[in-house]
Design a protein around this ligand. Sequence first.
Ligand code: FAD
Ligand code: EPU
Length: 301
Amino acid sequence: MSSDGTPALATALQGIRGAVRQDVALAPFTHLRIGGNADWFVEPYAEEDAARVVAICHELGAPIHILGGGSNLVVADSGVRGVVLYLGNLNRIVRDGSRVTAGAGCTLPSLLRTTKDAGLAGLERLTGIPAQVGGAVAMNAGTRDGETFDQLVSLTVVERDGTIAVRGPDAFSPSYRNGGLGGAIVLQAAFELENDSPQAIFDRFSASLKARNATQPVTQRSVGCVFQNPAGDAAGRLIEASDGKSMARGAVTVSDLHANYFLNNGGGSAADFMALVADVRSRVRDRHGVELELEVQLWGF
Ligand code: FAD
Ligand code: EPU
């Protein structure tokens, strides 16, 4: 059993409505399938319980990590201490005219399907991003066609002390691949969309998916792009131009198809992944004088 089985935390979490488990493997919850265990893994059934978990961690000084779709995460081989809060049960979608409100745990693909069927356009700009709504907002996930904050009109969040608040997007400072939430935890996000025919939305979605499938290794285990694009350039281009496509550490390799994707070909570790990050960074620095910044989020390092 892991170390953070403090009696106070165990007692406090007993009152939470939802699944509360100890010593849970995180790798299956990540796209990369890498990483150790969480001391505590909590899946609340309702927003109030999610907020209560946040308040408990605040009161007891226990570390807390919020898990979305796990598509932009590398978890250390030794796992993470404290509580991992998984909001997958908060996945309701509610429509009010052209405004759609989705729970943090709703997946982006299912939200896109629902809005497309309803003839509501805009979110197809996020086609192919395997996020949950909360993770998409936290990262301000996007493509060349647009970002999550473009259509965002309101967020229901939990502050780190456990208080629930509704805020407009102006309360945050989103930028490229960063929602600028200042520690707030997303419970719901409301998007204002435009009316269009489901067929027209589907056509844009299909074209986008086709382009992505041709240029990115979408069926393999990855975190998407490992590094942010530096201003005016592309990390993938820089890595390929540094002969990075043949680089590997253990079972983690740079993708042949897109050099800013690192693949876990089975049995890879977080140590392998981080060693490859260091190798590629140093290669690009030596050849091009550019310091690549991580897009991927690291837990437990
Ligand atoms: P996670 O990976 O679970 O978490 C990411 C971060 O968000 C963590 O810091 C986590 O604590 C935080 N977080 C999660 N939920 C919440 C919440 N409710 N409240 C507050 N913080 C939260 N990204 C792009 O931007 N564009 C792309 O085109 C793209 N393509 C990808 C393709 C593939 C095949 C893969 C594997 C990844 C891709 N990504 C892309 C990366 C990834 O999908 C995005 O970063 C996404 O926003 C992560 O969302 P998630 O729900 O999986 O979050
Ligand atoms: N390129 C190479 N070699 C490679 C990969 C790319 O030379 O191995 C070149 C391409 O030929 C092109 C340029 O680099 O000239 C840009 O490549 P691409 O069009 O594939 O887009 P990208 O900038 O690498 C960005 C996002 C992706 C997003 C796509 C499509 C970042 C870091 N990446 O990729 O987002 O899906 O645009 O909109 O911003 C992610 O963030 O995880 C992600 C996958």
